[in-house]
Design a protein around this ligand. Structure first.
Ligand code: DGL
Length: 212
């Protein structure tokens, strides 16, 4: 089966790697849309246009399933894409808030792009999954995906963003696929926390579609 995967750059390679672990024999095309990075600081109109252009390319290539390996594009555009391209199966990548809540953690931090943090989808995920005895903090990280994409000033950007953030979180959700690429650096700021992303869940969903 032909599976298209895209992100605003290299972040989605962390998702693709997880998919290939359990589905090694499918045909993949990855689009890393670096020229439009960061998605997390764009308007809905701009993003809808960008993701439509990518979907057109992947559809021309023959993709039957498209993985949006980007939390920002998923939380902001997946409904629009599903409506516009009903013949394609879209699998999204969302901040792993459900998974974090299910661990029973008392203090959860979600790191994500400004666009993801402000999305209605994230508000809904919190409303539906986080229990009253759980504390959840959303941290918008402007500039971080861009720094990772261009491999520039990653440490300085992280230090600035995490300055003053309590290190005593039980779980830190990596709500942007770029952040999974620097998991070790983020772990140093939260030595006792469990860091999680939604990549494995995405891979399982793609596998079940491939099997259908
Ligand atoms: N990798 C992306 C995400 O998961 C997008 C980062 C960006 O371009 O702002 O949100």
């Amino acid at each position: 089966m032909k599976i298209g995967v895209f992100d605003s750059g290299k972040g989605g390679t962390s998702v693709l790697a997880e998919i290939k672990k359990i589905l090694p024999n499918e045909e993949y095309k990855y689009i890393g849309d670096s020229k439009n990075c960061p998605y997390g600081e764009k308007s809905d109109e701009e993003l809808n246009q960008i993701v439509s252009n990518i979907t057109d390319d992947l559809e021309d290539w023959g993709a039957k399933v498209i993985v949006i390996a980007c939390n920002t594009a998923t939380t902001r555009c997946i409904e629009y894409l599903r409506e516009k391209y009903p013949e394609i199966k879209f699998v999204g990548t969302e901040p792993a808030i459900k998974l974090a809540a299910e661990t029973g953690a008392k203090k959860i931090l979600v790191m994500a792009t400004p666009g993801t943090v402000q999305s209605e989808r994230v508000a809904k995920l919190i409303h539906e999954n986080v229990k009253p005895d759980q504390e959840i903090e959303l941290l918008a990280c402007p500039g971080l995906a861009d720094a990772i994409e261009h491999d520039e000033k990653i440490d300085e950007t992280l230090e600035q963003l995490l300055d003053g953030v309590d290190e005593e979180h039980d779980v830190v959700v990596l709500g942007c696929t770029h952040y999974s690429l620097i998991k070790d650096k983020i772990q140093k700021f939260f030595p006792k926390a469990k860091l999680i992303d939604g990549n494995r869940g995405v891979a399982k969903r793609v596998k079940s579609l491939a099997e259908q």
